[in-house]
Ligand binder design. Structure first.
Ligand SMILES: Nc1ncnc2c1ncn2[C@@H]1O[C@H](COP(=O)(O)OP(=O)(O)OP(=O)(O)O)[C@@H](O)[C@H]1O
Length: 411
């Protein structure tokens, strides 16, 4: 069932159009998220959808009725709004704030009936805010206030809730809680939720429909699984210093330092090392990674040169040679203590090769394990108990190889 529909909607201020040609439809129980850079018009669209801002052009329908023809009180029976504006409610308690949402249902004097009181408590329980109900709103944290504003929206018993950046200022726990509550509302109560968010990964993992906004228009609109590709987020936000991995849902800082360290990784053991080296300014090359390994996805997203092999295949002679060539040109080799199996045992040979040509090898395996794995050559491998200890023993990143090396390893 269609709850909100727009036709050739243009939103903005006065004559100025901020976003135009908006043709979207929100169905019952859908979780819809607006994504876009600062100033792209997310708040302007949300304000228009809830009738606070008159459209510059086109139409908005709330369950087939033109929203401009609906009185505010009638609108409030169907739609609840949680905007970012700070409330200064004087000496009101958490309960009072939540109960404000009953106003479309109370009589002329706004007196709460027993039923209103019960419904307010119900909403407070639903957002897990019953313990702050008797405290003054002004004295609560942003996360606690946000929960009460959600409760206020819920007691309205709306069919649609519109929220502008409901997770701003919240810590990770409250952020997850708010998103969980909203998700439950859509799935269990059939409420349609339309919101804007800045956390890309959270948005894409939670929402049924993403609306991507940039340069005055809707770039794309649909289920994130269908519309988000590898470069979608980097293009949407014009990100230069980082890349978004749609498969893992993470943003990784780009590493474009000249490679100095070859990280022999696998099974996810390389990920935190790639990130740590990137943070400290060391260039990285890595291998030999199977193309279904999490280290492969992270290394690709970070943008490091990498030597890879097809998933579930033995590492071929040729691939080993490519990795050896890279090692020859770099300063050092790191053994991440990757798990060893029949498909990647050549990575052990790779480390032995590095030792044989005199490259410093740094290992995160225990001394005993090194001896088991590298035999006599273990004496030429330095072991470290943890990554930071290992990084401290590296020469400073300024002393790294020249950009020419980067060219030779094929960046
Ligand atoms: N009251 C206003 N009068 C005129 N222009 C406005 C007004 N409010 C916002 N704008 C402009 O409209 C454009 C879109 O702003 P909007 O707040 O909708 O963006 P947003 O995507 O929500 O941004 P953010 O992610 O920073 O919250 C911006 O250029 C902004 O300067």
């Amino acid at each position: 069932m269609s709850i909100i529909k727009t036709e050739e909607l243009a939103v903005g201020y006065g004559d100025k159009k901020v976003v135009e040609n908006i043709n979207i439809e929100a169905l019952k129980g859908q979780f819809i998220c607006l994504l876009g850079p600062n100033g792209s018009g997310k708040s302007t669209i949300l304000r228009s959808l809830c009738g606070f801002l008159a459209p510059v052009g086109g139409k908005i329908f709330l369950k087939t009725r033109d929203i401009s023809q609906i009185k505010t009180n009638t609108l409030a029976e169907t739609m609840a709004v949680v905007l970012t504006d700070r409330l200064s409610p004087g000496l009101m308690t958490g309960f009072d704030i939540a109960a404000l949402g009953r106003y479309p249902h109370t009589g002329f004097f706004g007196k709460l009936s027993q039923e209103d009181i019960e419904k307010t408590w119900e909403a407070l329980h639903l957002v897990n805010a019953q313990d702050i109900a008797h405290r003054f709103f002004n004295e609560l944290s942003d996360g606690q206030k946000q929960k009460l504003l959600l409760a206020r929206a819920l007691v309205q018993e709306p069919e649609v809730i519109i929220l502008d950046e409901p997770t701003t200022h919240l810590d990770v726990r409250h952020r997850m809680e708010v998103m969980n509550i909203l998700n439950t509302l859509t799935k269990e109560k059939g409420i349609t939720v339309i919101l804007s968010l800045h956390e890309i990964d959270l948005a894409l993992k939670s929402c049924d429909i993403a609306i991507l906004i940039k340069n005055n228009k809707i770039l794309d609109y649909g289920p994130p699984e269908d519309i988000i590709q590898e470069d979608t987020m980097t293009n949407l936000f014009d990100i230069r210093s980082a890349h978004y991995n749609e498969f893992l849902g993470t943003v990784e800082l780009t590493n474009d330092f000249p490679p100095s360290t070859f990280v022999v990784a696998g099974g996810g053991t390389g990920t935190r090392i790639f990130r740590a080296l990137t943070k400290k300014g060391y260039g990285v090359a890595t291998g030999i990674l199977h193309e279904n390994d999490v280290d492969y996805y992270i290394a690709k997203t970070i943008g490091t040169p990498l030597v890879s092999e097809m998933p579930f295949r033995d590492i071929r002679e040729h691939t080993v040679k490519v990795a050896q060539k890279q090692i020859e040109q770099l300063e050092r080799v790191v053994d991440t203590a990757f798990p060893i199996g029949s498909l990647n045992k050549q990575n052990i040979d790779l480390i032995l090769y590095a030792v044989s040509i005199g490259k410093p090898v740094y290992s995160l395996r225990s001394r005993q394990e090194c001896e088991d794995v590298y035999g006599e050559q273990a004496a030429n491998v330095q072991t470290f108990e943890n990554m930071n200890e290992m990084l401290q023993s590296f020469s400073s990143p300024e002393a790294l190889t020249s950009p020419a090396v980067k060219a030779t390893v094929g960046v």
